[in-house]
Design a protein around this ligand. Structure first.
Ligand code: 5GP
Length: 192
């Protein structure tokens, strides 16, 4: 019989380079990793694709699905002003198939998922410090000072919960962070 899949939950402040690290891990880990595509009420950003980046739902449709019990977890994500949620249909069937399903969700969502899947592999990707995150966001130059300060406040709040995760990776060097994440994931393969 095929081994059941694994659930991997990744969180961490935006701007900490989480997406870059994850994309590289997907490309090189050799594991059967697959993304869970979340649902959200926020509108798509330029270049984002329905069904790839998110399932974009109207607030009414999101609420209907929430009431129908279709979400494994959903929250109005702190500091974002929109709802985000993981659909059960993105997770359960794939775990049954033996896939390793990766959720990139916030801290509240993670705690809710762990209640239902206590064996979930939870990983927090953090910047070296809030000062370093500030430097990165400022150097990127895509946001106003005010927007950066808001992000830093969200990051500070998220980092207060990082001891709730099984693993914490400091992303001060992308190559090393990719390596560490691959090692963590592979250590679970060896446990099969
Ligand atoms: P963004 O709008 O920049 O794509 O994502 C904003 C935040 O929403 C990130 O912190 C991300 O982790 C969180 N997020 C994305 N999808 C989900 C989800 O399905 N559930 C929860 N709880 N948070 C999510």
């Amino acid at each position: 019989m095929k081994a059941p899949g694994k659930l991997i939950v990744i969180s961490g402040p935006s701007g900490a380079g989480k997406s870059t690290v994850l994309k590289r891990v997907f490309a090189k880990s050799g594991l059967p990793l697959t993304w869970s595509v979340s649902a959200t009420t926020r509108p798509p950003r330029p270049g984002e694709v329905e069904g790839e980046d998110y399932h974009y739902l109207s607030p009414a449709e999101f609420e209907r699905r929430r009431k129908a019990g279709e979400f494994l977890e959903c929250f109005e994500v702190y500091g974002r002003g929109h709802w985000y949620g993981t659909l059960d249909s993105e997770v359960a069937p794939r775990l049954q198939r033996g896939d390793w399903v990766v959720l990139e969700i916030d801290v509240d969502g993670t705690l809710a998922v762990v209640q239902q899947y206590p064996q979930a592999i939870t990983i927090f990707v953090r910047p070296a410090s809030l000062e370093e995150l500030d430097r990165r966001l400022t150097a990127r130059g895509t946001e106003t000072r005010e927007a950066i300060d808001r992000r830093l406040e969200v990051a500070r709040r998220e980092m207060q919960s990082m001891d709730r995760y099984r693993h914490v990776i400091v992303n001060d060097n992308v190559d090393q962070a990719v390596q560490q994440l691959c090692e963590i994931l592979n250590s679970y393969r060896e446990q099969e």
